[in-house]
Ligand binder design. Sequence first.
Ligand code: CA
Ligand code: CA
Length: 754
Amino acid sequence: MMKLKNFKPHLVVAIATGLFLFNSCTENLKDDFDLDKAKEVFDETFPIKNVDPNHDWKTTQKKTINVRSYGDVGETYRITVFDSNPLDTKASANMLIHGYVSNSLVLNTPFDCPTIQKSVFVMRTDSKNRSIVKHVLVDDNITNVTFGAPQVASRANTRTDDVVIETQEAPFSLDELNTAMANAIELTEGVILEPSSVYKISAGTTFTSYIQSWKVGSNRTKILVYGKWEYPTKQSSGNSGYLGIEAGVDICIMPGGELAVPTDSEMKFNNSSRLVNYPNGKISGDCIYLANGSSNIMNYNVGDITLKQLHIDTNGYLYNCSTMNVEYLNFQNNAILTNQGKLIIDHSSEHCVVRNNCYFIADVFSGHLVLGKNSAAEFNKYNQRLSGGDWGRTLTMSSNSMLTVKEDAMWSGATFTGPSNGYALIKTGKVLGANSFSHSGNIYYEVEEFGFDLNDPYNDARYIAGIEFSKWGEAPLAIPAGDCTGEGNTPGDGGDEIEYKPMTYTYAFEDNYPNMGDYDMNDLVIDVAIDYELNPTTNKPKRTLLNVTIKAVGATKQLGAGLRIIRKNLNHPYAEYGIMSLNGLTINDLFIAPSYFNSFESMSTYPTFGLFGNAHYLLGQDTSKMLNTGLVKVDDKEVTKLTVYIWHENRDDVELFTKDDLDVFIGYKGTGTKRTEVHLYEFSQYGSTPNGETHDNIAAAAGNKTWALCIPNFRYPREYVSIKDAYPMFEGWAQDRNTNQDWYLHPIESKVYN
Ligand SMILES: [Ca+2]
Ligand SMILES: [Ca+2]
């Protein structure tokens, strides 16, 4: 009968005295084992009380990604899936899985996804190393990702979803007006206009007065400006108000004619009055105020307009098919400017609606924008009228349209809509925010920088999920140069091919099993980077590569490690295993006597291999030293790297191995002839390997308490520091696996080693 009553659950004591709970041989344990008592002891001595009974201690989940691509015919694209944005040079993205796609090849593969990863970045790279990336949420077990869009065969009468920005004629033809000029009355100072009349300012004359137009009403009257109208200032009108142009008056600036509005003044078009500027007509000065929107009047420009401000009231409309240069577009709700020419502004109000079918340039544009087919807009800043930008902006793009934002863009609250056939292109500098941003349709985004954390899927990053973004010059959309597209867009070549590093998982073990230890989780620490080689024409796995690095041995026990593959019926030679030692080590070094491991151990049930037999030896030290946990430091360069190849070439029915299949475990001298093994709890159901012992009855008593963890890029605790003390959130996670899942990102710096 085991004596457990006097055990004091004090970890430090346990270390100092080397106290063992179970020091009898395995047979005795089987004969006399008191399960309830053992459970009690484990409950008392495990560093965490009230462990979540459903805890599996896993920090990753096996998920599936299904990637489809519509791209150039005949092109095979590389697909790489990352944990963070691979285009952000500041982030060092870890590769989770990779493979190949073409128009006829789909990549459908399992991959290991860290549980805290709510989204991943999927990159498609073409043969010129041009890459586009999609940020996708991985809420579901299967994530479907599509690059590009299938081309819809173009036929006559095929409906297009491109926005059609109409071409409109001037309200009166020049012939009609020149004929009317024969009977026109010369304008005189302060004239009161008569209904159904035609007035003129003759070529070579300058008119400097206001007019009174209240008599005209529905019987429309025209003023034809062949000479120059220097509009009077507010003060010179002589009225308390400022005389505007009233209902029924059409002001027509004829070829060679000119309208000039003085500084600090405005010329206001009220009710159903109208402004028309003909070719070689010129409008300049301070402010034109079109307050004629309620009458559904179209104002029209086919001449030159240069103004400080164009003010358009609610529902007002100006059609431009020439050159306009305006400092400030000051529009009220639903005021619209259609541009078929060249529109250059400094800035705009948030209510501006610009329907651009040609070329639009702005320093800061903050309104709503529609881009017709083969049109372009170029801004320095987008949606930044105020510091935060305006909520609710819309951007609608037709195929082969292009928006360039050279500096900053605020996407928060905006809705971008692209075509469903063909693509549009947005090139942008820094995206300041994307909170509640929504997007649809086919738009390539070339982004210099995201100004928010792309790895925080509860924040702005959530809203950019699904967009196809790339570096500048790498979006695969050619737009020809032209009057309306400037230089157009010619996709450049990508940079050099970059070797991305596969995600590293840290396996951290306690070596005192079947007894409790101090839970510094550093007794043996090995990093395993899992990479794959797939057949580029089939995506079938050719081999799985495990790059094994011994990081630390915080123990004075001889410790080895092995690998069991949890896949049945993997018969030789389909699961051939090869080991390659680096840093001058031989295979003999890996299993130097006395070793509790052999390079090849078993093919029965589950293929099992040794990785190495003596971690201290491989680090050039003897077992009296604790290495790389704060006591004895071993030069990083000498840390052993082993490369283990697990071949499965030509085996079509072998699905890629994932972490869930790869049972990396440690072993050391046990109580009997077989080594004692410590496996991750997730593999406990498989018991020990044929050469090992896991003491089933003790394991049963321990329940789901664990002696091993596997964590992405883990910063393990220093010697003798319990993981619970090094990581304040660990206890919360241990007690409820659905909370504090990012505990391992938040150590107390002084209590972790690396
Ligand atoms: Ca320990
Ligand atoms: Ca230790």
